[in-house]
Design a protein around this ligand. Sequence first.
Ligand code: DOR
Ligand code: ZN
Ligand code: ZN
Length: 425
Amino acid sequence: MLLLIKNGTVINPGDKTQQKADVLVEDGIIKKIAEKQSVKADKVIDATGCFVMPGFIDMHVHLRDPGQEEKETVETGARAAAHGGFTTIVAMPNTKPAVDNADVVNYVHHKAEDVAIVNVLQSGAVTVGQRGTELADIEGMVEAGIPAISEDGKSVMNAQLYREAMTLAVKYDIPVLAHCEDINLVNGGVVNADEAMEKMNFPGIANSVEDIIIARDIMLSKETGAALHLCHCSTKSSVKMVKLAKQEGVRVTAEVCPHHFTLTSSDIKEDDANYKMNPPLRTKEDVEALKEGLKEDIMDVISTDHAPHTAIEKGVGIKHAPFGIVGLETAAALTMTELVDKGYLTMMQMAEKMSYNPAKILGLDKGVVEEGKVADLVVFDAKKEYKIDPENFWSKSKNTPFAGKKVKGEVQATIVAGQVVYENK
Ligand code: DOR
Ligand code: ZN
Ligand code: ZN
């Protein structure tokens, strides 16, 4: 099977090169990258005016499978990923039951093999049932193939237990993906703690809720040597702490989600739970610090925290609805519109933060466009303008604050191991 992607601009973060070239793929492997290849291929994609990039890798999605399949499944989540240009996604363990043993890991991986059109990797919970009291079977889950451990959805509040988990993460050479939230400090908050939100009578979540656990986890990483990856950073202090930790040689990386660099709490004009996520939308100052942090490569990764919920659950208003928004099908366009187009990131940095860096952190042989490597690719039209319409999402859920937003940058094709899993026709 021969696939030829013609006339595109190939971006390879592996050697930081960008060149006009055709990409020839044979049996799932990139065979040749060169100009004007005239080969009789089984399938040709015309990438004129587009970038050919390494397929995006999302280190942070919620697939709700097992247990809440009305929101999303392995199959629909993978379809949403393909539609968004993602070729690999990492699923968080806060399912029902939680992914805290090898059986549930195997369930997701086997299901993914059967029905998922992109690569799906399941991460393992840190504690049994994510209850924070005893360690999960991390060794068993490592044997089952988890690429990371994470308690996402919450923090392990017992620092001693978390330190033990980090020691195991060092032993098994996997990263710890940390959701940083001091649950006692949340104190019923539902949005950012600021004046605008007080006026709307919403209880607030202070920056300290995140900052205190980020500081703690950096200390624990320094002590244990564990590779710590900080999920969905939302505060200006988080950027400062990551910068300092890196200067001191701590093994820390950090991610930012598109909603946190696109919106502030002041964008919440009415009681609409599509603006409710955890951590919450912060202030202009925080957003600016996150964007500068991405620009300066202090912040390594753009991930979505794709968190599907049903319209009924989200329809009850900000105070009572669950936290979270979908993100797989808006991430690339928001990154293009808010960061690349506005001069914060180069296209190369976009490819690094959405593919190369996640691959490195997870230890995957992906994230590059090079001969001999697996052909996980995305064809991306950086100039195409359109309005976001949740009705076009392939996800089961439509909970997004970006409905109707004008954006630039559209995925034209997504290729997983040489198979075209999405094409914009
Ligand atoms: O907004 C969020 N939604 N933040 C989280 O930490 C969890 C996630 C979810 O599972 O819905
Ligand atoms: Zn989280
Ligand atoms: Zn999450």
